[in-house]
Design a protein around this ligand. Structure first.
Ligand SMILES: Cc1cc2nc3c(=O)[nH]c(=O)nc-3n(C[C@H](O)[C@H](O)[C@H](O)COP(=O)(O)OP(=O)(O)OC[C@H]3O[C@@H](n4cnc5c(N)ncnc54)[C@H](O)[C@@H]3O)c2cc1C
Length: 349
C-alpha cells in the first residue's frame, strides 16, 4: 500500500496549482488525472484582466489576487526554467462618447491602478479598429498549455502522477485516512472541473457550467501586439502571426465537441473587426466550471472530514487559483478561516 499525504483528482489548472502549492509546503502528493475527460484548462486563453468591462469595475479581489498570481507563476517559471507569464496590455475598444467619458473618470479614481486614462485614436497598428480605445495596464496571459505540460512532467519525475480515470466507487473512508485502490492518503481533494457535477460525495455543490469555444487564426497583416477586447478578444500568441480569438458561451451543452455554430459566431466577430485575410488554424472547446454564485468553492465534506474540494474557478482560474490555493492551505494547516464567499459550507445550508 502506497501512502501519500494528499491525493488530488484532476490536473487542470486547479489541481496543478494546488499540487505545486502542497509540494512547496513539503507535503507528498499523488495527482490522478485522465486528461481526455475535460479539455477546459487546455483550451483556456490564460488571460488575466483586472477589469470587468461590462460595468467598468474592478474584477473581484483583483488587487489582492494579481500579486499572488505573479508570485506563483514566477516561481513556476524558475522551477520549470521557461517563460509562462506574458505581460500584454489590453486595448479596450470604446464604442461611444459616454464610454470614453466613463473610462476617463474611472482612470483617475477607482481604477487608477489598472487603466490608462488616455483615449487613443485608431492609428498605426490599430487603425483597422476604426474606433477609439483605452489601455488596461496590469493585464496579459499565462501560457497554460506549457504550464500544464511541465507540471505533469514534474509530477511524473517525482512519482506523483497517475494517468487514470478516478473511480468514486473505489474510495474507502475511515476515520484517519482514505484508501483508494493501492493507495492511502490523509486527504483526498477533488479538482475535476465541471465533471464535479458527477461526484457522488459532493452532490450539494451548485454548478452552472458554461461551455466555451475558441479559434486560433493565422493573419500576417494584423500587427496588433496588445490583446484587443471588444465584445470578444483577439490575443496575439507568442508564435508569429498567430492569434487566439474567443470566446463563446453555452449553458446547455456540457461536451467538449466542436460546433459549427460557435465557429460561425466567432468568424462573424472576426470579420466585423479585422479587414485582413486570415486562415483558421484550430478550433477548441471546453466547459468552464462556474458555480451559481460565480465564486470558487473549497473546503471539506460535511461528514467525511478528510475529503475536500477545490473547484469553481469559472472564467478566471489563472487569476484566482494561485491566491486560493494558499488560502486553502492556510485553512488546512494553520486553521485559518475560509472566506464565507468561497467556503463549501455555503452549499450545505
Ligand atoms: C474557451 C475558454 C476560454 C477560457 N479562457 C480563460 C482565460 O483567458 N483566463 C482564465 O483565467 N480562464 C479561462 N478559462 C477558464 C479556465 O479554463 C477554467 O477556469 C479552468 O480551466 C478550470 O480548471 P479546473 O482545473 O477546475 O478544471 P479542468 O480544466 O476541467 O480540469 C479538470 C481535470 O480533471 C480531470 N478529471 C475529471 N474527472 C476525472 C476523473 N474522474 N478521473 C480522472 N480525471 C478526471 C479532467 O480530465 C481534467 O484534466 C477559459 C475557459 C474556456 C472554456
Amino acid at each position: 500500500m502506497d501512502k501519500t499525504d494528499f491525493i488530488i483528482v484532476g490536473q487542470g489548472l486547479a489541481g496543478s496549482i494546488l499540487a505545486l502549492e502542497l509540494l512547496k509546503q513539503n507535503k507528498s502528493v499523488l495527482v490522478i488525472d485522465k486528461p481526455e475527460m475535460s479539455q477546459c484548462s487546455r483550451v483556456a486563453a490564460g488571460i488575466y484582466n483586472p477589469i470587468v468591462f461590462k460595468r467598468l469595475t474592478q474584477s473581484w479581489m483583483a488587487d489582492k489576487i494579481i500579486p499572488t498570481m505573479f508570485e506563483f507563476f514566477e516561481a513556476a517559471e524558475k522551477l520549470f526554467n521557461t517563460k509562462l507569464i506574458h505581460q500584454t496590455k489590453i486595448a479596450r475598444v470604446l464604442g461611444s462618447e459616454q464610454e470614453e467619458i466613463l473610462w476617463k473618470k474611472k482612470s483617475i479614481n477607482e481604477l487608477s491602478d489598472f487603466i490608462d486614462g488616455e483615449i487613443h485614436p485608431s492609428e498605426n497598428e490599430y487603425e483597422f479598429l476604426n474606433s477609439h480605445y483605452g489601455f488596461v495596464n496590469q493585464a496579459g496571459f499565462v501560457d497554460v498549455t506549457s504550464f500544464l505540460t511541465r507540471t505533469r512532467n514534474y509530477l511524473e519525475q517525482h512519482n506523483s502522477f497517475l494517468n487514470n480515470t478516478f473511480a468514486y466507487k473505489d474510495v474507502i473512508v475511515s476515520e484517519n485516512e482514505i484508501r483508494y485502490k493501492n493507495f492511502t492518503c490523509d486527504k483526498l481533494i477533488f479538482c475535476e472541473g465541471h465533471l464535479a457535477t458527477q461526484n457522488p460525495f459532493f452532490k450539494e455543490l451548485k454548478f452552472k457550467p458554461a461551455k466555451g469555444e475558441v479559434l486560433t487564426i493565422y493573419c500576417e497583416e494584423l500587427k496588433a501586439t496588445s490583446i484587443i477586447n471588444k465584445d470578444f478578444f483577439i490575443l496575439p500568441l507568442p508564435e508569429k502571426h498567430h492569434f487566439k480569438v474567443g470566446a463563446t458561451y453555452n449553458w446547455l451543452d456540457f461536451t467538449d465537441n466542436l460546433t459549427d455554430k460557435a465557429k460561425q459566431m466567432l468568424v462573424e466577430k472576426i470579420d466585423s473587426v479585422i479587414p485582413f485575410p486570415y486562415k483558421i488554424i484550430k478550433q477548441q472547446a471546453g466547459v468552464r466550471p462556474s458555480t451559481i454564485d460565480r465564486r470558487p468553492v473549497m473546503g471539506f465534506h460535511a461528514i467525511n472530514k478528510n475529503m475536500g474540494v477545490f473547484n469553481g474557478f469559472g472564467t478566471k482560474a489563472v487569476m484566482l487559483a494561485p491566491y486560493f490555493s494558499k488560502h486553502f492551505c492556510n485553512f488546512i494547516f494553520l486553521n485559518q478561516e475560509l472566506f464565507l464567499d468561497v467556503d463549501v459550507k455555503r452549499f450545505y445550508a
